[in-house]
Write a protein that binds this ligand. Structure first.
Ligand SMILES: [Zn+2]
Length: 499
């Protein structure tokens, strides 16, 4: 007899909704599914999830797991994920194209996607559940297989059939692009920062002219014949490229445009499936001028590229995990032009570092006419920490203290203006107030936001994790609380974006 016999019987009868958690076992009723003569359901037994399979047929045989009393308990391995993908289409990541809004929901922990699915279900937006950059993988010690596996199993767990994407975020080198596409990623965010010359802005007009004159003649001819002293109407505004403006833009963006073209022709055009191809030019020294955005777009389309989205750097500051900092009126003026350019060419505007930008979400929703891609990541980690602060204050206190001691190291990876002196001392905050005091205050949010890698990888002298194991175990026990946090917080993002 398997200890899962009662559940197996209910699965066979096709009704698991009456099975309540017992003996540490939880059943996920939305996961109930069947293919041929095999029925499956996902459960959690003592913090470990399994897919239980009953019946007979190739699906049952292909899943790996231990069989007892006719029930196969299959761990959530990469191999089993591929089998689930083969039999259940909706568990395979997909591309979305440009006609529907999407939200990137980077999940650094690999446990947030069920809550994200509950957040987007029924809304007019689709989730990119898997979204990680190489930097995040390095800081969390995860790999791309795990990232996609977690998203696919979440779709299975929740029986979510509206589709989800997988974004290889901020990829810069071809080896990583090949890896991500090979693993089934459906979106590629090409980070062109290494081809964008940030030194040009700091040069004098004479230095820029000299540098431009040193470019190959055919390059100069190419751009001059298309843009020099010509008038373009972009989003209702007229723009002309004089010699100086054109030279500057060619110097800053020319090599990046060539790089985008190369990657598109080599990987996107030749892919065996649809890929949502995003261009990111947001990691620059200064905000992207509307005419620069236009020139990049015009060149790409003239060279035969079609893109899913473009992420310019907007005016003001999009710092991690806190609201927009800057002049909202000026932001709106420029956003109207950026959104107009995207609209003219047919792609979506992409908003990076979109976590918690509540004051500008309504403007973004309005001027993109609801066709946008907004990326969030850190805020999902912060909601996990908020949950821990509520249910395991002791663990939160130790993490907070460690973060304070290692803050400087973390600033090597992220640009923030955190003022540690504004963070309330731990010994003056009661357990019941930890979550609100720290997770609703910008400086503390940033402290915890940028130290995620340090906190998750911290080990004691014996090599035992200082926080990670207890953190995961707490969130597994409190998964409903974590989901509620995400539903409320990410839901607020979507409400303000008009979705
Ligand atoms: Zn970015």
């Amino acid at each position: 007899m398997s200890k899962y016999q009662t559940i197996a019987q209910a699965v066979k009868e096709g009704n698991v909704s009456n099975i309540s958690a017992s003996e540490g076992i939880k059943v996920y009723p939305h996961s109930l599914s069947e293919s041929g003569n095999v029925k499956l359901v996902m459960i959690k037994d003592n913090q470990t999830k399994y897919i239980l399979a009953v019946g007979e047929g190739p699906l049952f045989d292909e899943l790996q797991g231990s069989v007892e009393g006719g029930v196969k308990a299959c761990p959530l391995t990469h191999e089993n994920r591929l089998v689930i993908n083969k039999y259940f289409d909706y568990t395979v990541p997909r591309a979305f194209g440009t006609q529907i809004a999407t939200i990137g929901l980077g999940d650094r922990l690999g446990i947030a996607s069920p809550g994200h699915i509950k957040t987007v279900r029924g809304r007019n937006v689709r989730p990119i559940l898997a979204q990680q950059s190489i930097r995040e993988l390095n800081l969390t010690g995860r790999d791309y297989k795990q990232v996609v596996d977690a998203a696919c199993f979440a779709a299975f767990q929740e029986g979510y059939k509206d589709g989800f994407g997988a974004d290889g975020d901020h990829l810069k080198v071809e080896a990583d692009i090949e890896l991500a596409l090979g693993l089934g990623f459906t979106m590629l965010t090409l980070d062109c920062s290494e081809y964008i010359d940030n030194s040009i802005e700091g040069l004098s007009a004479a230095e820029q002219a000299a540098k431009y004159a040193a470019l190959p003649e055919d390059v100069r001819k190419h751009y001059e014949s298309r843009y020099l002293n010509q008038e373009f109407t972009i989003a209702g505004t007229s723009v002309t490229f004089d010699q100086e403006t054109l030279a500057k833009n060619v110097l800053i963006y020319g090599p990046a445009i060539d790089f985008m073209e190369h990657i598109y022709n080599k990987y996107i055009k030749t892919a065996d499936r649809e890929i949502d191809f995003e261009i990111s030019i947001d990691e620059t020294a200064t905000p992207t001028a509307p005419e620069s955005h236009f020139l990049v777009a015009k060149e790409l389309y003239a060279r035969g590229l079609t893109i899913y989205s473009m992420a310019p750097r907007f005016i003001g500051e999009f710092q991690k995990g806190i609201d927009y900092i800057g002049d909202i009126e000026q932001f709106e003026k420029e956003l109207i032009i950026h959104a107009g350019i995207a609209d003219d060419f047919g792609y979506k505007l992409s908003i990076h570092s979109g976590s918690d930008k509540f004051s500008v979400f309504p403007i973004i929703g309005k001027h993109t006419k609801g066709r946008f891609h907004v990326k969030t990541a850190g805020t999902n980690w912060l909601e996990a920490v908020r949950t821990v602060a509520k249910v395991n204050p002791g663990l939160y206190r130790r993490m907070h203290q460690h973060a304070l001691e290692h803050f400087e190291e973390a600033t090597a990876y992220y640009h923030v203006t955190t003022d540690l002196s504004k963070i309330a001392p731990l010994d003056q905050v009661a357990d019941a107030d930890l979550a609100d005091t720290y997770m609703n205050e910008d400086n503390a949010r940033q402290l915890i936001h940028i130290t995620y890698g340090i906190l998750l990888q911290a080990k004691d002298a014996e090599g035992k994790s200082l926080f990670k194991d207890e953190f995961y175990s707490t969130l597994s026990d409190q998964e409903e609380a974590f989901e509620q946090s995400l539903i409320s917080h990410i839901g607020k993002h979507l409400d303000l974006l008009g979705k």
